[in-house]
Design a protein around this ligand. Structure first.
Ligand SMILES: [Fe+2]
Length: 301
């Protein structure tokens, strides 16, 4: 089952949260009269939230909850409301504690109240069962294999595949496994006529002792020959960076939490799907960061 949180009914949200005033105002048009319609080709990609159990907790000089809240405000301030947000793992701080997920789910309310469904992938600091248990009752239902949380999201111009690379909580490397890769091959083959965009937590890593995805080569064996696969999005290394592998774009998302290398941006990426390319735009939490507002066009192979 995927970790998916649907958009909240605004009246339901108003009854439960004081943050609703902000979210509802942001979700309306400039004239304040009517809610904005989501743009079906636009999506938000985030990673490495590292939400702690208490809002005041900091790590590496960063307040993770405040960073995530800032990202949420920046998303709600965008000119266009995206169709959905995807968060590619490490939603919890280190050990996937129930209290981390409680604060994470609470912190998502303004986005959900503004009409954004949120889909999450598992990171190495997540815990499948505790994450699942923290979800509100109205979570969605989709694909399930081998207790992993997987999702195929069919949208007008591309199919998204959210994979689950969590091996063991708080152990650095990740694994997809033979069963998930077979599932992916089958699901891709069933959707060969539309661009496929893959999203997971761990970065491709072909080193002998990987700190990223252990079965990177088996993943490449599945996706490189299937020409509908255009891009792979991931987090884990907290390092905004792009590369290309045989025409497949490899996009390392920035964290919303702390960076590992000083000077790298924290933030999120807005993506707009076109017929033959995906347009990316980085929003850095620090608006003075030189890469804030950076735009990239990923031409499809
Ligand atoms: Fe992380």
């Amino acid at each position: 089952m995927p970790i998916s949180l649907p958009a909240l009914d605004r009246r339901q949200f108003l009854a439960t949260s004081t943050a609703a005033i902000f979210a509802a105002a942001q979700a309306r048009g400039a004239d304040g009269s009517s809610p904005r319609k989501p743009h079906p080709q636009r999506f938000i990609l985030m990673a490495d939230v590292h939400m702690p159990s208490k809002p005041e907790m900091e790590a590496r000089g960063v307040n993770m909850q405040a960073n995530f809240a800032q990202a949420g405000k920046d998303i709600l301030a965008l000119q266009t409301t995206p169709a959905a947000a995807m968060i590619l793992g490490d939603c919890a701080y280190l050990h996937g504690e129930a209290a981390d997920y409680a604060l994470f789910v609470k912190s998502l309310e303004p986005l959900r109240a503004a009409g954004l469904p949120v889909h999450c992938a598992m990171g190495n600091h997540d815990h499948r069962e505790r994450f699942w248990q923290a979800l509100p009752a109205e979570h969605g239902e989709d694909k399930y294999v081998d207790s992993r949380h997987l999702l195929v999201l069919e949208t007008p111009r591309a199919n998204w595949f959210l994979l689950d690379s969590l091996d063991a909580t708080n152990k650095v490397p990740g694994v997809l496994g033979e069963e998930q890769l077979a599932w992916l091959a089958k699901e891709l083959d069933a959707r060969a006529d539309k661009p496929a965009l893959l999203a997971l937590h761990h970065n491709p890593d072909l080193r002998p002792k990987p700190g990223g995805l252990v079965d990177t080569q088996p993943l490449y064996d599945v996706i490189l020959p299937r020409k509908q696969v255009k891009a792979l999005f991931f987090g884990h290394s907290h390092n905004w960076h792009q590369d290309v592998k045989e025409g497949v774009h490899l996009v390392n998302l920035p964290p919303t939490a702390y960076v590992f290398v000083a000077g790298k941006p924290s933030g999120f990426v807005e993506i707009e799907l076109q017929d033959d390319a995906a347009k990316l735009r980085l929003t850095a939490l620090d608006k003075q960061h030189p890469q804030h507002g950076q735009e990239l066009a990923l031409k499809y192979r």
